[in-house]
Design a protein around this ligand. Structure first.
Ligand code: G3P
Ligand code: MG
Length: 243
């Protein structure tokens, strides 16, 4: 049985707020979402922060990238203005700040560990360590996910009690062995490549199945019929949290 929420606000607030910011988490909450997915990578000095792209330019208007920038500088960078003027001043948040926000508001987290290439193990370890330190005993444990097998393996070493889901854009032949090796609870995949048959195989093997990024109620209903347990959505305005 899937113990987590079924509908998850992608990057915090989907398309309605600047991704991976506290404002995005607040936006999800305003739309009734108590489940969120976001992306975490490491600063130069090893501090986990929320960011999707390793190189600046799209959401942060600067030169360089996350792995060569100190956390103190990252946390002052504007990550809201690109989206809309009213979000100017919304800065890159630390993972710790977002965990605290989610704890305060009873938001469950699907933490996507998104290492800058070359920093897979460090990122898995650091995210797991911060999670272990900050986890509130009365809260539902977050679910880690990553496209990086190595990051998940390192997260497992550091915080074995935090469940893990392996992300695969398209489900590859070795999926079952990979899930077994990291003792994952779920497989996370792009709904565009999923078939009813593949979904059945994953469910029959006893794993949770999460899809991204599902943006119409029709598609959500269709894959729900295939046994998909949960999905991330950008359209928190179209798909209700209690879908
Ligand atoms: O975790 C699901 C999804 O967020 C993976 O893709 O690129 O949106 O982080 P991306
Ligand atoms: Mg993501």
């Amino acid at each position: 049985m899937w113990p987590y929420p079924k509908v998850i606000a992608h990057r915090g607030g989907g398309t309605l707020a600047p991704e991976n910011t506290i404002a995005a988490m607040q936006c999800g909450l305003d739309y009734g979402f108590h489940a969120v997915e976001f992306d975490v990578m490491l600063s130069k000095d090893g501090v986990p922060v929320l960011m999707h792209d390793p190189i600046f330019g799209r959401t942060v208007s600067s030169e360089g990238g996350v792995a060569t920038t100190l956390a103190a500088d990252l946390l002052q960078m504007d990550a809201g203005r690109w989206f809309a003027g009213r979000f100017a001043g919304e800065c890159v948040p630390s993972y710790a700040a977002v965990v605290r926000f989610c704890q305060q508001h009873g938001i469950w987290m699907n933490v996507e560990i998104k290492p800058v290439p070359g920093f897979e193990q460090e990122t898995g370890r650091a995210v797991a360590r911060v999670t272990r330190q900050l986890h509130a005993a009365d809260a539902l444990l977050p679910l880690f996910s990553s496209f990086s097998f190595d990051a998940l393996l390192s997260a497992k070493g550091e915080a074995p009690g935090v469940p893990r889901g392996l992300l695969m854009d398209q489900i590859e032949p070795g999926w079952l062995g990979a899930l077994q090796e990291i003792e994952a609870v779920s497989l996370h995949t792009n709904h565009k490549y999923l078939t009813a048959e593949l979904a059945r195989k994953i469910k029959d093997a006893g794993y949770g199945l999460l899809c991204y990024t599902v943006n119409t109620p029709e598609r959500a209903a269709e894959i729900g019929g295939w046994g998909v347990d949960a999905f991330c959505t950008d359209r928190i305005d179209l798909i209700p949290a209690e879908f």
